[in-house]
Design a protein around this ligand. Structure first.
Ligand SMILES: [Zn+2]
Length: 279
């Protein structure tokens, strides 16, 4: 059974501002982005389960409240796991996380420096990481690029998480999208820190980068730290499975290295809830 470690809800008006404007420019069209719990459930109900992300990013116009996610995942215990989101720039960020975990039943923290405009290695944010470690909840962090002009690109390099991982060895940190486009930097930081992982979500849209990312992870011996995720609604779980199983297509009839079926199926069937301590 396949578990999707990276899916979003976007209720009416929750994906707006600068990010929506940039998304329309990047992908064309004039559609609002809408993922209600009903739409989301249709996608995930036939899979083993999923992590569902809140998103508190006022700097770029995204606001998916913790309560919205908590109410939905509570209807599907053991299958859906809700991650809170707290903008680290908020003065009471650690307290907000504690409330989301203890009162709303959320089991992780979603961060995104390029959407929330904060420098993850800045000491002022360490109390938030300390709180996550104390609560025993993992962090899923979008540590990679984005198309939002307002976002801080210089805050989004994977290596910025190395001091965080070293300061909080019991805090599990999952880097989204294998840190694209800084895939090798992501692999370097994940390899050296036992508490770090990375997910393949959304990489299916760039088959050449995706193939090279897995070859590099294979050469560094870290494919066991890769988790499966889609980044729904930007990519569906099904399309991501297909992209992963089709990873060697570009290497066909060449001498380029192949990703073994064992590695591919290992990623697809990773026991993410257990690995991240969600169960
Ligand atoms: Zn995402």
């Amino acid at each position: 059974m396949i578990f999707d470690c990276h899916t979003h809800l976007f209720g009416p008006g929750q994906f707006g501002g600068a990010t929506l404007a940039a998304a329309k420019r990047a992908w064309g069209g004039d559609q609002e982005l809408l993922v209600t719990p009903e739409i989301h459930w249709e996608l995930v109900k036939d899979f083993a389960g999923a992590i569902v992300l809140a998103f508190d990013a006022p700097a770029t116009g995204i606001n998916v409240p913790n309560e919205y996610v908590a109410e939905y995942v509570a209807k599907h215990p053991g299958k859906l796991f809700g991650f809170a989101s707290v903008d680290p720039n908020r003065e009471n960020a650690p307290q907000l996380l504690e409330t989301a975990v203890k009162e709303l039943g959320l089991v992780g923290l979603k961060l995104g420096p390029i959407y929330q405009n904060f420098y993850p290695d800045a000491k002022e944010h360490f109390p938030l990481y300390a709180k996550a470690e104390e609560l025993g909840v993992p962090i899923l962090i979008h540590q990679g690029t984005s198309f939002v002009p307002e976002g801080y690109l210089d805050a989004s390099r994977p290596a910025a998480l190395d001091p965080v991982a070293r300061a909080f060895p019991n805090l599990k940190i999952l880097i989204a999208h294998m840190g694209h486009p800084w895939v090798d930097e992501c692999i370097a930081v994940v390899r050296k820190n036992p508490n770090m992982y990375m997910d393949v979500s959304a990489l299916g849209s760039r088959p050449w980068q995706f193939y090279n990312a897995l070859v590099s992870a294979m050469e560094y011996g870290v494919t066991h730290k890769i988790l499966f995720g889609s980044d729904y609604p930007f990519f569906t779980t099904e399309r991501m499975i297909e992209a992963l199983r089709n990873i060697n297509a570009l290497a066909e009839r060449t001498a380029l290295p192949r990703i073994s079926e064992e590695i591919i199926e290992g990623i697809l069937h990773r026991n993410t809830p257990e690995l991240l301590g969600l169960v």
